[in-house]
Design a protein around this ligand. Structure first.
Ligand code: AR6
Length: 176
């Protein structure tokens, strides 16, 4: 039997280059592009992605929507909107967990086997990286324990600090 820990990978790199079924975009409520992961995904996917995003008619914080990928090597982009960090008392933890859960639900609905997440909200939206890593890892594990799909989740960090926080969060859950 495949262990849950075997279904999660943490890597350091650029999410747009990954050949997975779905990449998750840390978008904004518009969602018509921006900086960070969002900018990188739109630059790599080309202008047709922006056209499709216009038809989405926005996305609420904590929710997720799916589009095609155009020029990216993946098959789907799941756009989710993380919370802007406001000190931790405005439901940020719940909303961040919701981003992961809603993205995974969309993945399951679209029979997506492999999905890659960036560290949602930890860039422009200033969510503390260690706290975000704990939420990301525990929400993903909970979902994988209850669902067959996706089969594999890749957590992509852009820098060493995020990588270490994700590794630490994972080992705390599996080692105890
Ligand atoms: N691959 C993987 N991770 C990346 C990449 C990449 N190519 N580029 C950045 N990161 P951010 P947010 C990391 O700012 O905090 C946008 O303008 C980055 O180091 O992309 O949710 C949107 O339009 C950080 O750890 O997303 C929104 O307005 C993480 O991805 C706003 O920023 C998330 O950083 C969303 O802010």
């Amino acid at each position: 039997m495949v262990q849950i820990s075997d279904k999660i990978r943490i890597i350091q790199g650029d999410i747009v280059k990954l050949e997975v079924d779905a990449v998750v975009n840390a978008a904004n409520t518009t969602p018509l592009g921006g900086g960070g992961v969002d900018g990188a995904i739109h630059r790599a996917a080309g202008p047709e992605l922006l056209e499709e995003c216009r038809d989405l008619k926005g996305c609420v914080t904590g929710e997720a929507k799916i589009t095609k990928v155009y020029l990216l090597p993946a098959k789907w982009v799941i756009h989710t909107v993380g919370p802007i960090w406001q000190g931790g008392q405005k439901g940020e933890d719940y909303l961040l967990a919701s981003c992961y859960r809603k993205s995974l639900e969309l993945a399951r609905e679209h029979i997506i086997k492999t999905i890659a997440f960036p560290a949602i909200s930890t860039g422009a939206y200033n969510f503390p990286s260690k706290r975000a890593a704990g939420i990301a890892v525990s929400e993903i594990i909970k979902f994988l324990q209850e669902n067959e799909l996706p089969e594999r989740v890749i957590l992509v960090s852009f820098n060493k600090e995020t990588y270490q926080h994700l590794q630490q969060a994972l080992s705390e859950i599996f080692v105890g």
